[in-house]
Design a protein around this ligand. Structure first.
Ligand code: NZQ
Ligand code: ZN
Length: 385
C-alpha cells in the first residue's frame, strides 16, 4: 500500500427527511446564498423543504447554474455576494451546482486578478467561503470532496482544494426520485467509473481499498438497473444504496494509498467540452477503450476484477479479461449508455480535433503510469470509434 493522508471533513447527514437538519448546521447569523440549477428543485419540492428549514436564517438566491457549469454564469454570483456580504454558500443540486458553488466560494475570496487562473493556471487558493450541500443527484461525489470542474469556451477544467470541500452534505435519497432515467443512468455509471479509475490500475496490496471498491462496483451493478425498473422507480432502498455508493466512490476513501488512473475522465472532459456530451456518457465510451488499450498494464487488476466482480474464475486468462470487458459493456448497455463514439455521432475527424485539445490542456501524460501520451489517447479513441 502507498503512503497516504486521509482527511474527509464533510459531515454526512443521510436519509429521508433530513433536509430539515439544515437549520442546525448553518450558523444563525450567517448570510446564506442558496445556489441551484435550472429549477428542478422547485418542481420536486426540495427548494420548498430548504426554505422551510431556513426560516430563521437570512437567505439570498442564485439560480441558473447549468449542467457542466460555465465560468460566465458562475462569476455573476460574485456581484450578489459582494452586495449582500454573503458569508455562507448552500448548494442545492447535482454535481454541476455543487462544483459551480465551489468555484464561486474560491473566486469570492481570490486575491489574484482573474479567478479563471484558479483553473487555467492552477493558481492556489488560500481562502474560500464555507459551503453546505443538499444533494439531488447521486453521481459525482462532489458533495464530500474538494474537486470542481468548470467550463469556459469549450475548455472544461478542474481544480481541487480541501478549502472548498463542503462542511456538510444532506443526502436524502428521496430527493433523487424525480430524476429522469437518463440522469439515474448517468449517475450510476459516473460512480462506477470513479471506482474503476481508482481500482483498475496495478496491485499494491491495498486489500481494504480493493474490497471496498469491489463492494461499490457490485452494488452499482446490482442496484443501478433496479432504479430503471418501473416497479422499483419509487424504491427508496435502491436509491439509498446508489446515493451512498456514489458518495463513497469519490470521497477519497477508496483512492487513499492506491495508484489512480483518471485517463478516462480527462479524455471524457474533452468530449463534453467540445461536444456537450453528458459527463457519464463520455465515460462509458472511453472506459471500455481504456480497458482494451491498457490491457497489459492493467492485466493483474483486470483478472482480479474478472474474478471478484464478475465471478470469472476458470479458463484461459485472455478469455477471462475479454469476458470481463464484455460484461462491463453489457452493464453500460443495460443502463442505456453509449459505448462507442459512433453512438454519439462522432467519427475519426473528431478525434483529430480532440487530441490538440488534450495537448492544450496539458493532458499529455495520463494514466497510473503517466504513459498515455496524446498518441496513446488517439489510439484509445480509435478503439472507441
Ligand atoms: O439544473 P437542474 O434543474 O437542477 O437540473 C439538473 C440537470 O439538468 C437535473 N437534476 C438534478 N437533480 C435532479 C434533477 N432533475 C430532477 N430531479 C432531481 N433530483 O439533472 C441535470 C444534470 O445535473 P448535473 O448536476 O449536471 O449532473 P451531475 O451530478 O452528473 O454533475 C455533472 C458535473 O459534475 C462534474 C462533471 O464533469 C459535470 O460537470 N464532475 C464533478 C466531479 C467532482 N466534483 O468530484 C467528479 C466527476 O467526475 C465529474 O467530473
Ligand atoms: Zn465522473
Amino acid at each position: 500500500m502507498l503512503n497516504f493522508t486521509f482527511h474527509n471533513s464533510t459531515k454526512i447527514i443521510f436519509g429521508k427527511g433530513q433536509i430539515k437538519a439544515l437549520s442546525a448546521e448553518i450558523p444563525k447569523d450567517a448570510k446564506i446564498l442558496i445556489t441551484y440549477g435550472g429549477g428542478s428543485i422547485k418542481k420536486n419540492g426540495i427548494y420548498q423543504q430548504v426554505i422551510a428549514a431556513l426560516t430563521e436564517h437570512e437567505i439570498f438566491e442564485f439560480s441558473g447554474i447549468e449542467p457542466n457549469p460555465k465560468y460566465d454564469t458562475l462569476i455573476k454570483a460574485l456581484d450578489i455576494i459582494r452586495e449582500h456580504n454573503i458569508d455562507y454558500l448552500l448548494a442545492v443540486g447535482g454535481g454541476s451546482v455543487i462544483d459551480g458553488t465551489k468555484f464561486i466560494a474560491a473566486a469570492a475570496l481570490y486575491q489574484g486578478n482573474d479567478p479563471w487562473d484558479i483553473l487555467a493556471k492552477r493558481q492556489a487558493i488560500t481562502e474560500a467561503l464555507p459551503i453546505g450541500a443538499v444533494l439531488t443527484l447521486p453521481a459525482t461525489g462532489s458533495e464530500s470532496n474538494g474537486g470542481s470542474v468548470v467550463t469556459r469556451d469549450g475548455n472544461k477544467l478542474a481544480f481541487g482544494n480541501p478549502l472548498v470541500r463542503p462542511l456538510f452534505a444532506v443526502l436524502d435519497p428521496a430527493a433523487s426520485l424525480s430524476l429522469s432515467d437518463r440522469q439515474v443512468s448517468n449517475g450510476v455509471v459516473d460512480a462506477f467509473v470513479h471506482t474503476m479509475e481508482q481500482y483498475l490500475t496495478y496491485p499494491v496490496n491495498g486489500n481494504v481499498q480493493d474490497r471496498f471498491a469491489e463492494g461499490l462496483l457490485l452494488t452499482l451493478i446490482e442496484e443501478g438497473p433496479k432504479a430503471l425498473l418501473p416497479e422499483l422507480k419509487e424504491d427508496l432502498t435502491v436509491r439509498a444504496n446508489i446515493m451512498w455508493s456514489a458518495s463513497l466512490a469519490l470521497n477519497g476513501l477508496i483512492g487513499a494509498g492506491v495508484p489512480q488512473d483518471w485517463a478516462t475522465h480527462m479524455i471524457g472532459h474533452e468530449l463534453t467540452g467540445g461536444y456537450g456530451i453528458d459527463h457519464a456518457r463520455t465515460l462509458s465510451i472511453v472506459l471500455l477503450a481504456v480497458m482494451k488499450f491498457c490491457r497489459e498494464d492493467k492485466r493483474d487488476k483486470l483478472l482480479q476484477y474478472a474474478e471478484r466482480v464478475w465471478q470469472l474464475k476458470d479458463g484461459d486468462e485472455e478469455n477471462r479479461i475479454d469476458k470481463a470487458i464484455q460484461l462491463t459493456e453489457d452493464f453500460f448497455l443495460k443502463m442505456n449508455m453509449p459505448i462507442r463514439l459512433s453512438d454519439v455521432q462522432l467519427d475519426e475527424s473528431d478525434i483529430n480535433k480532440i487530441i490538440p485539445q488534450l495537448e492544450k490542456h496539458g493532458m499529455t501524460k495520463l494514466g497510473e503510469h503517466r504513459n498515455i501520451t496524446p498518441e496513446a489517447s488517439r489510439k484509445i479513441l480509435e478503439i472507441a470509434l
